[in-house]
Every structure is written in C-alpha cells, then in structure tokens.
Design a protein around this ligand. Structure first.
Ligand SMILES: [Zn+2]
Length: 387
C-alpha cells in the first residue's frame, strides 16, 4: 500500500511519544508484564470460525488443515465442545459472552450481556486500541464488539475493523492521499472518525506545541492506516472476507500489539449451496491461520507471549442436502459438537481432551488468562487447559 513510507519507524515512535505526552493513546506496542502472575500470556487472538464448520472437515481431514494441526500439536485440542445455539448470530455471540444466547439467525442487534472484550477492557483498564474485533463483514458482526449491559457497554467495547468496509478500494485511495481526504460515505466517515478518536482527539489548542502534536498524530495515523491495510485490499475471490479479517488481525498484532483480538469469520456458510466451496474456505482459512502463527513466531515481542484460540461456532449436518451442500439443522453430533484448539505459552502441549465441554467455556477461560472475571458468563474455565 505504501512501499516507501516518507518516515522511518523511529520517526513514528518519536511522533508517538510526542503525541503520548499530549495524552494520546500509545499506538505501538510497549512492554507489558504478564497478565496474571505465573502466566506468560500477554495477548490473545480468538478466532471464531463462524459460518459453521464440521469436525469432519477440520480434524477429521488433517491434510486439509495443516495450520490447525500444528496448533493442536503445540497446544491443547478439545474434540467435543458442545455448541450453545444453532443460529449463526446467536452461536458466535454465545462464544464471546459465555452465555447460551437464545437469539435467532435474523437478530441484528446488540445482546443484553457483556462480551469477553468488555470484561477484559474493564477489569484491566485497557484502552480501545488494546482490544479489537476484525470481521469478515456483515452488519450483524459489529454487535460482537459490545453488548447493552449497564455495567459494561460501548465504553468498554472492542474497536471493530471490517475488511470490506474500512479497507475497501475507495478508502485505500483516501489513505494514499492522506491530508486531502475525499468525501466518504456515512459509514466510512464514522469508521475514520472512530479511529481518530481512538488515536486521541485534538485538544483545540493552537499553540506551536499543539500543532506539533497534531502533526505527530497525523503521521502516526497515516502510518497505522497504511500498516493495517497491508495486503488486505488485494485479497479477492472465494473466502476473501475471512482472509481479510485474518490478515487484519495479523497487521494489528504487528502495529498495536493489542491485548485481545477477536476474529469473526463467516465464509464457510457457503456450504449451504456448495460443499466444494466450503472445503475451499476451510483450507484457505487454515492457510491464513498458519501465516498468523508464522507471523507471531517471527516477532520477538509476540513469540513467547501470544496465545491463539480457534473454534467453529457450530458444525454442520451429517448429510448433504439436495444441492450437494451442507445445512445446519439436523441436531446431529456433527452439528452440535466441534473441535477447538488452544495454542500459547500457558497451554499444555500436544494434549487431546475428549471430554464434553462447551463453546461457552471459552470466554471464562480467556478472561481467566487475563486475570479478568467473566461475571455474567454461564460457562466455566475449560478443564485441562493450563499447563
Ligand atoms: Zn447458515
């Protein structure tokens, strides 16, 4: 997107320090102490393979999923996670709230319960740049960032990035000509405004120092936008929404080193009409997860302190439908149980846990890793997760 930035990383860091003095959120990683005494994990990436993926196409076909297989070999694999709800929206919502949400597939509103993102932000006093949700797009998916609970809500919500929204072609050219913004549509303008707000709003002062701060902020902002967009707009074809969400997560890790990123995928649901298209999405997402692990391994700051957790929202029917696709409604074990995998410095290596546990246990498990409490969750910490 911006192969020869007009400033070095050092400039950006200096700018960030300047802006930091003005009360701005530090946009780049800083050294954190472990989240809970005795644990090494400092940040977590939660990948919700929404859209519905059967275990038959993941750990039942290990050749299709070398990335997840590697995660399992180096981490802990749960082979029977019971899913909470069999509608798309409610099922993924249940994973991030730790409550079996009785919400139907057409619901498109914020839930009444706090999310993992709110628990962690509130309990640890984290800023908006520490907690993110990247999505494959779709109006419903922004609702995973926070709920309507009076003790939590938007002020503790995750910052949402949508691969098809903020990094579409039009926004890309706006970023290229930063400083001469083109008119954005309402949704884009709001996303840009939100990002700016996160980066710290102007103080309204007009002194020389304030101007300098504004310059530093603009430089940091430009740097961040170009880094976050790297390799995202180029992704096309089947499953590109998911690929963008995963790439955004990777870019976020390298730019912000945030504490918590939720990645909500959805393209696997092409399965209703095409088994082959669905298999392709599973393979493509697995490859992107493999690249994410490689990026973590290749980054000194992330390597020994980052956990990745991946699970589908639910499986799919046992048998093909009349279109040679796979729906989700037969109540079979193929639908109601999924495999999930935990990878990171504090999880047991190469352990396979075959007992029934639940997808709603993921939120209390991650919260506990952070030393936060998922107060309203009905799940419990996954048994056998910690080394
Ligand atoms: Zn569906």
């Amino acid at each position: 997107m911006n192969p020869t930035p007009p400033f070095s990383r050092r400039d950006v860091l200096r700018g960030a320090a300047l802006a930091g003095a003005a009360g701005m959120v530090h946009p780049l990683g800083h050294a954190f102490a472990p989240l809970r005494p005795g644990l090494k994990t400092e940040r977590v990436v939660l990948i919700v393979m929404a859209g519905g993926v059967r275990s038959r196409e993941t750990f039942g076909s290990p050749n299709q999923i070398p990335g997840l297989v590697r995660m399992a070999r180096e981490g802990t694999l749960y082979t029977r996670l019971r899913t909470a709800n069999l509608g798309h929206f409610g099922a993924s919502m249940s994973i991030v709230t730790g409550i079996s949400e009785a919400r139907g597939i057409r619901d498109n509103s914020r839930g009444p319960d706090p999310t993992l993102f709110e628990y962690v932000r509130k309990d640890l006093g984290l800023s908006a740049s520490d907690v993110w949700v990247t999505t494959a797009g779709g109006a419903q998916q922004v609702n995973y960032a926070y709920g309507l609970h009076p003790d939590y809500g938007s002020k503790f919500g995750a910052t949402t990035l949508d691969g098809d929204g903020i990094f579409n072609e039009e926004f890309k050219s706006t970023v290229k000509r930063f400083g001469v913004p083109r008119p954005l549509d309402e949704a884009q303008a709001k996303q840009v405004a939100d990002l700016r707000r996160i980066l710290g709003s102007g103080s309204g002062r007009t002194s020389k120092a304030a101007l300098k701060e504004a310059e530093a902020r603009a430089r940091v902002e430009k740097y961040i936008l170009s880094e976050l967009g790297k390799g995202v707009t180029e992704l096309r074809g089947a499953g590109s929404g998911d690929a963008k969400a995963l790439r955004l997560a990777r870019n976020l890790l390298s730019v912000f080193k945030p504490k918590l990123i939720g990645v909500v995928l959805q393209d696997a649901d092409v399965a209703h009409g095409s088994f082959n298209g669905y298999s392709e999405v599973v393979r493509r997402n697995d490859a992107a997860i493999g690249e994410l692990l490689d990026a973590i391994r290749g980054d000194e700051t992330l390597r020994d302190s980052t956990a990745v957790i991946a699970l589908p929202e639910f499986g799919r029917d046992a048998d093909l439908n009349a279109r040679r696709g796979l729906d989700h409604g037969d109540g079979s074990d193929d639908l109601r149980f999924v495999h999930g995998v935990l990878w990171g410095p504090d999880f047991r290596k190469g352990r396979v846990i075959k007992d029934d546990q639940r997808t709603i246990d993921v939120t209390p498990t991650i919260a506990s890793l952070f030393g936060a409490k998922a107060k309203h969750s009905k799940g419990s910490i996954l048994k056998g997760a910690f080394a």
